[in-house]
Design a protein around this ligand. Structure first.
Ligand SMILES: *[C@@H]1O[C@H](CO)[C@@H](O)[C@H](O)[C@H]1NC(C)=O
Ligand SMILES: *[C@@H]1O[C@H](CO)[C@@H](O)[C@H](O)[C@H]1NC(C)=O
Ligand SMILES: *[C@@H]1O[C@H](CO)[C@@H](O)[C@H](O)[C@H]1NC(C)=O
Ligand SMILES: *[C@@H]1O[C@H](CO)[C@@H](O)[C@H](O)[C@H]1NC(C)=O
Ligand SMILES: *[C@@H]1O[C@H](CO)[C@@H](O)[C@H](O)[C@H]1NC(C)=O
Length: 454
């Protein structure tokens, strides 16, 4: 093709292209003006107008929830931290300069960023937020904050921030910045009722507990499970991943840089409150072997939550009943008959009396109302919130407590028996059949033909 014919050919192609773009977009489903406007915007100077940037133009300090008790929220944190230090007679020790801060996750809210960290022995210390833009350039200056409420650092928002890191000094080296997870407030919660579970660890077989836990809470109206893994074997992980596959669960792996098995539970409590905030309305914080239930209340836990209308309450606290689990669970799936004999709710019945209020209780919280969550109840509230303690006529925790693990029988059984006489109790009949069937179905699906890779 010579150059004149090529030019002509080129012009024809361009004209035809425009012709097709206009005619195809002219069909009824797309309003013509809209398409033309869009084309003009993009074609005229090659840049797509960025509507995504607009929300960032709102100054977080102007938002109604920015202030706490009429105070700048970061001043409120500083005040609360000071109170904790005085009340608990803690010595303020600066963090050594060469300590590297290990971050688990970073969250973006409307009014702040919060980073969960996993370092031990630096509780309530001064730390610095380091901000990075999309090119990885640091946005200066660093922001002085604290490891408060322990395993979490709150950071002022800063325009253009895409990643964040935490350091011991304002200008020293920092570790790998991490991405922000979007937890800005949406019109609706993604989940009404979820589970923040204590980390998996230890070597007892877990597949049957996992299936029973998920299917039990699904019957109670729960739709999402935040699982944290510290240790899990390949066989047990198969069922966990199957619940991820079908959309019920997400799994967060705890990558340890120094051993801290007990602390992990506190780290997970902290991280999961942050992770579920503005995503889930109500969240249960409990363990693999605990089954919450309503007692005389006729509906499911979800029914109770939906009808619970006191907006000053940020936690519902359930008292504990221990059911003595006297054997370890089977290591491998063998079929339906095995489920009938080994399903924890069918196998163990010998039960303690109820522990008192706030003694080893478990609770369902609203994450945006809780500033600091502890294992058994919230420790620090955002201003204006409180808990409600359920009587055992309303709801309870059935805790299938292993007698041998962590030497429980020798350490705690006697104290548990002091709460009153033991008795034989059952998981409620109205749910047992559905639970057993659901566990059989899922374990069969996952394990009937399962082969491990060595
Ligand atoms: C591109 O066009 C848009 C809309 O006409 C205008 O607002 C913007 O300033 C232009 N950008 C450049 C770089 O010319
Ligand atoms: C900073 O770098 C020094 C020298 O490489 C190292 O010893 C120190 O651990 C680092 N600190 C952090 C917080 O990364
Ligand atoms: C778990 O660990 C204990 C103590 O280390 C050991 O006695 C037991 O055999 C282990 N069980 C399994 C299933 O590996
Ligand atoms: C809240 O629920 C209680 C008990 O169901 C009911 O008596 C009360 O009227 C409700 N209050 C509001 C404001 O809906
Ligand atoms: C229930 O457990 C307690 C404590 O181990 C024991 O004393 C009691 O005999 C058990 N009851 C039954 C019926 O097994």
């Amino acid at each position: 093709m010579d150059s004149r014919r090529f030019k002509l050919f080129y012009i024809v192609v361009v004209i035809l292209t425009f012709f097709f773009v206009y005619t195809f977009n002219g069909n009824e489903s797309v309003p013509k003006e809209y398409v033309l406007e869009d084309l003009k915007k993009t074609v005229s100077n090659g840049t797509v107008p960025s509507e995504i940037d607009e929300p960032e133009d709102v100054d977080p300090k102007d938002l109604p929830n920015y202030k706490l008790e009429g105070m700048d929220r970061f001043e409120w944190y500083a005040k609360k931290r000071k109170e904790e230090i005085i009340n608990n007679k803690i010595k303020e020790v600066p963090v050594p300069k060469d300590v590297e801060i290990s971050m688990l996750s970073a969250y973006e809210y409307d009014v702040e960023y919060t980073v969960s960290i996993t370092n031990k022995d630096i509780d309530r210390s001064i730390l610095y937020c380091r901000y990075f833009d999309e090119d990885g350039e640091e946005i200066l200056p660093a922001f002085q904050s604290y490891n408060f409420p322990v395993f979490a650092v709150n950071c002022e928002k800063r325009k253009g921030t895409k990643r964040i890191s935490i350091s011991t000094q304002a200008t020293n080296n920092y570790t790998y910045p991490i991405d922000l997870i979007d937890r800005t407030k949406k019109d609706n919660y993604k989940y009404e009722f979820s589970f923040c579970m204590a980390p998996f660890y230890g070597n007892e077989s877990k597949w049957l507990f996992i299936a029973e836990l998920v299917e039990h809470y699904r019957l109670q109206g729960m739709t999402h499970f935040y699982f944290y893994v510290y240790h899990i074997n390949q066989y047990d992980n198969a069922i966990l991943q199957d619940y991820v596959r079908t959309g019920e669960a997400e799994v967060i792996y705890l990558l340890d840089r120094d051993e801290k098995p007990v602390l992990w539970q506190h780290i997970v409590n902290r991280d999961c409150v942050l992770r579920s905030r503005h995503e889930s309305k109500w969240v249960l914080h409990a363990d693999l072997d605990e089954r919450l239930l309503m007692t005389k209340y006729p509906g499911t836990i979800l029914d109770y939550l939906i009808n619970f209308n006191d907006t000053t309450v940020g936690a519902l606290i359930f008292r504990q009943q221990w059911i003595f689990k006297t054997e370890f669970l089977p290591e491998k799936y063998e079929g339906d008959k095995q489920i009938d004999t080994w399903l924890p709710t069918l196998r163990w019945h010998n039960s303690s009396s109820f522990g008192p209020h706030l003694h080893t209780t478990k609770c369902i919280i609203m994450p945006e109302k809780v500033f600091s969550m502890w294992v058994h109840y919230p420790k620090i509230w955002y201003p204006g919130y409180r808990w409600y303690m359920l009587e055992v006529e309303e709801g309870i925790v059935r805790h299938y407590r292993d007698q041998n693990m962590q030497d429980w029988k020798n350490k705690y059984l006697q104290r548990t028996l002091e709460f009153g006489p033991t008795s034989l109790t059952n998981y409620p009949e109205k749910y047992q059949k559905s639970l057993t069937e659901a566990v059989k179905r899922r374990t069969k699906y996952v394990y009937e033909k399962y082969k491990m890779i060595n």
